[in-house]
Design a binder for this molecule. Structure first.
Ligand code: RTP
Ligand code: MG
Length: 138
């Protein structure tokens, strides 16, 4: 089987807290390859497309506001079963519930806000990975 690619985002909370290096370190230490990387101030249109599955949900607007609150580091990364593998490195969505040893479990904080500020995003399927990589890297 040939290696997969995924989109990883270090969200604005991760960049602001100076955790980009630590997050990249974990991705590289796992043996994944960094193929491309860029720092982006994401326009609203990009975020709406990225999160189209969540349109209409109560956390959609706060989520877009959070994702617009500072620069994001977008990473194209490659490896065998990286889509599943990175989501396992990232841990569950809620930092409080994410297992220790994961990015969100070790480094994520619950700020008591209406949206989970959980440091990273990772594509959740080959279809989303293709779609999201096309949005962030054209
Ligand atoms: P991601 O897409 O960012 O990798 O995270 P995920 O799959 O674990 O979570 P998902 O359900 O796709 O939700 C996308 C992002 O929206 C924020 N969120 N906040 N009720 C809440 O407070 C809530 N629910 C979702 C998080 O930033 C989540 O990562
Ligand atoms: Mg998701």
């Amino acid at each position: 089987m040939s290696a997969e690619e995924t989109l990883i985002l270090v969200k604005p909370d991760g960049v602001k807290r100076g955790l980009t290096g630590e997050i990249l370190r974990r991705v590289e230490a796992k043996g994944y390859e960094l193929v491309d990387i860029r720092l982006v101030e994401a326009p609203r249109q990009l975020l709406e497309a990225h999160y189209e599955e969540h349109q209409g949900k109560p956390f959609f607007e706060p989520l877009l506001e959070f994702m617009s609150s500072g620069p994001i580091v977008a990473i194209r990364a490659r490896g065998n079963r990286i889509i599943e593998g990175f989501r396992s490195l990232a841990g569950s969505t809620e930092p409080t519930l994410a297992a220790p040893g994961t990015i969100r479990g070790d480094l994520g904080r619950d700020w008591g806000l209406s949206v989970q500020q959980n440091l990273v995003h990772g594509s959740d399927s080959t279809l989303s990975a293709e779609r999201e990589l096309a949005l962030w890297f054209d």
